[in-house]
Design a protein around this ligand. Structure first.
Ligand SMILES: [Zn+2]
Length: 320
């Protein structure tokens, strides 16, 4: 059996200083190896740690993660960092602490006024304002490239008819998909979800021409899969980890997320009589904001595919 070396408080202090310099204060004297010691970080305040770990080099957990001390992120400091970033997302990923502070205190719009994406105030894009904006450009594509905020507002408010009104009807791929051709295409797949996924062009075209469900007749839904024929909702959630999620379901949010509802707040729910209409809204939003998708460890059991790093629909402030 090995003998425990009993250190004196003075010896502990000497070794701690040798390892860490004067980075830490020790408000209570060292007692013994088997008792955690209270340590005070000059930046972050008190924490407790096993004495031996501390002597071997471990220190303040907040220093390790680069967390700034309380009160560090003043508005001026946040602004300074925001100026270094081109987008809200860049700010969030490079200066998470500053972002969180700015977000919680409502400074984001002000300090990020130079970010060109989605920073117009809620309610800015009314139909009339959008029409005026659309008229400045020659085509949908020109608008999309020059003013993504207006472009996405058209989709978010389901005002696609404004596109037709200003730019003329879109060249249709629908001519290609007659009922017979779409039906033949769908019959190659086992479930409706597979048809939607692998024959999306035919699927969309059939829906717009009004014969989707007829063309899908006899093809079953995947077990637990989204039913395009039944009523459905589009929902928009704020995760407590800071991200935003959009999704569709034939059920309620509560039933869809049994056991997980404590992980988010529901910001918005919109009901559709036909699931396919909900799917179209979701598809538009997902493809339009795909550059803002969250990538990282799974946040919900259903995965990360419809999670975004920022409030893409700018609905959070409205709900607050
Ligand atoms: Zn620290």
């Amino acid at each position: 059996m090995s003998k425990t070396i009993r250190r004196t408080p003075k010896e502990f202090l000497r070794l701690a200083r040798r390892e860490h310099g004067d980075r830490y204060e020790y408000p209570e004297p060292y007692v013994r190896a088997a008792q955690k010691i209270r340590i005070s970080c000059t930046e972050h305040g008190d924490f407790e740690m096993w004495p031996q770990s501390h002597l071997l080099g471990s220190g303040c957990p907040d220093c390790k993660t680069g967390k700034k001390p309380n009160g560090y992120w003043t508005k001026e400091r946040c602004q300074e960092k925001a100026q270094l970033c081109q987008t809200r997302m860049e700010f969030q990923s490079r200066f998470a602490g500053a972002y969180d502070k700015s977000y919680s205190l409502g400074w984001l719009d002000e300090i990020g006024a130079h970010w060109n994406t989605f920073s117009v105030p809620n309610g800015h894009w009314t139909e009339d304002v959008l029409r005026v904006e659309l008229l400045k450009y020659g085509s949908r594509e020109e608008l999309r490239l020059a003013n993504s905020s207006a472009y996405s507002a058209v989709h978010n408010h389901q005002l696609q008819r404004l596109f037709d009104e200003v730019y003329g009807p879109q060249k249709s791929h629908e001519i290609k998909w007659t009922f017979d051709k779409a039906r033949a295409e769908f019959l190659k797949h086992k479930t409706r979800q597979e048809c939607h996924q692998h024959a999306n062009g035919a699927y969309q075209a059939a829906f717009r021409q009004g014969f989707l469900f007829r063309a899908l007749k006899g093809i079953p839904n995947a077990k637990g899969g989204f039913d395009h024929e039944k009523p459905a909702i589009v929902y928009y959630l704020r995760l407590h980890t800071g991200q935003f999620k959009i999704g569709i379901t034939n059920r309620t949010v509560k039933k869809r997320y049994v056991g997980e509802t404590h992980l988010f707040d529901v910001i918005c729910v919109k009901r559709f009589d036909v699931g396919m209409d909900a799917q179209i809204v979701e598809d538009h939003i997902l493809s339009h904001f795909k550059h803002l998708r969250y990538e990282g460890p799974p946040l919900l059991s259903s995965g990360n595919t419809e999670i975004f790093v920022t409030d893409i629909l700018s609905l959070d402030a409205e709900a607050a």
